[in-house]
Design a protein. Structure first.
Length: 332
């Protein structure tokens, strides 16, 4: 199936940006798009049909192209991130190649680090391809060291060893590494990281959403390890204009409440758009917030608690809350 697009291609040299279809990854990629667009590049956002951003929210001049991913909805909605990302790479390699082969004036491709197949395809077609690491340099060093950490017994992480220092990656502890509850999940994650790291090593460079002042040592170690250009250009939310890329409906009613609270008094809690927790975890979180005796704004999204529909719970909580508490399904 041919990729679909609604806007004509620009005559300017352009960058094709391919975010991973998760909220935090889309946010960072669109921030980077704004930086590149401000410097004269035409921007094409290439996205899977799964969780595609709303084209009406994109800034003027951006082109949104969707490609078929053929990932079962139940996998896309599951907690099995590694299996989902591996499936995306398998299924999107051909549509991406088809698009890039006929796209015209493409100056470069910037793909999320998880998109190892498109990075390889761009390289094969002679298009410079860079990877974007949306989180920290420290996290990327864990990815690079994954086989060594497994060999030396840090992985899989054992509950009894959570406070064990990781001598190879100071100042990290074992609890800072990837934790998985089953062998199949661990193997899938290891497989994903192996493909990811190999793809990045053969790319034109990596962009990391961080900066030297806080992660200079990690950035230097990454460069020594992979020997490709490392661009620490973050934090992206500081250097780029705001782009509304939310995939969830925002409850903006909390803003008036927030403005009425004393400065620096509110505890904000959000576990993001991906993490799922158990009912017991939610209970412990609630007790912690209550015991803090501070005003708080807490996000309880519909699929936050595994096996529990939270919309009814959210309505009940909102009906009996003190004025110093605010719980929303998603925050602006």
């Amino acid at each position: 199936m041919a990729p679909s697009c609604d806007h004509p291609s620009s005559s300017r040299p352009g960058a094709v940006l391919l975010p991973l279809p998760y909220q935090g990854h889309i946010n960072a990629m669109l921030r980077l798009a704004a930086v590149l667009h401000a410097r004269g590049l035409a921007i094409t956002i290439l996205h899977t049909k799964t969780s595609a951003p709303d084209r009406q929210k994109l800034p003027p001049g951006y082109e949104l192209v969707t490609i078929k991913d053929d990932v079962p909805p139940e996998l896309a909605a599951s907690d099995d991130v590694a299996a989902f990302v591996l499936a995306l790479n398998r299924n999107c390699a051909a549509p991406f190649r088809e698009y890039l082969a006929r796209a015209g004036r493409v100056s470069c491709v910037v793909a999320d680090v998880d998109w190892f197949a498109p990075l390889a395809t761009a390289r094969e077609l002679g298009v410079p391809a860079l990877a974007l690491m949306t989180s920290s340099a420290a996290r990327f060093r864990v990815y690079l060291a994954f086989p060594l950490l497994e060999e030396r017994g840090y992985l899989p992480v054992q509950e009894a060893n959570l406070d064990t220092p990781v001598d190879e990656l100071p100042p990290l502890l074992a609890r800072d590494l990837y934790r998985v509850t089953d062998a199949d999940g661990f193997c899938a994650y290891a497989d994903l990281l192996s493909h990811m790291v190999e793809g990045i090593r053969r790319s034109s460079g990596i962009i990391i959403n961080t900066f030297d002042a806080i992660e200079g040592t990690h950035i230097e170690e990454i460069y020594r390890d992979i020997s490709i250009p490392v661009f620490a250009i973050g934090p992206l939310h500081v250097i780029s204009p705001y782009v509304d890329s939310s995939l969830l409906i925002q409850d903006r009613s909390c803003l008036e409440w927030l403005d009425a609270q004393p400065p620096k008094s509110v505890v904000y809690v959000s576990l993001g758009s991906l993490v799922a927790i158990g009912a017991r975890d939610l209970t412990e979180l609630a007790y912690g917030l209550v015991d803090s005796k501070r005003p708080f704004l807490c996000v309880v999204r519909p699929n936050l608690v595994r096996g529990l529909e939270t919309s009814e719970l959210l309505r009940e909580l909102q009906g009996g809350m003190p004025s110093t508490w605010r719980i929303v399904s998603w925050a602006p």
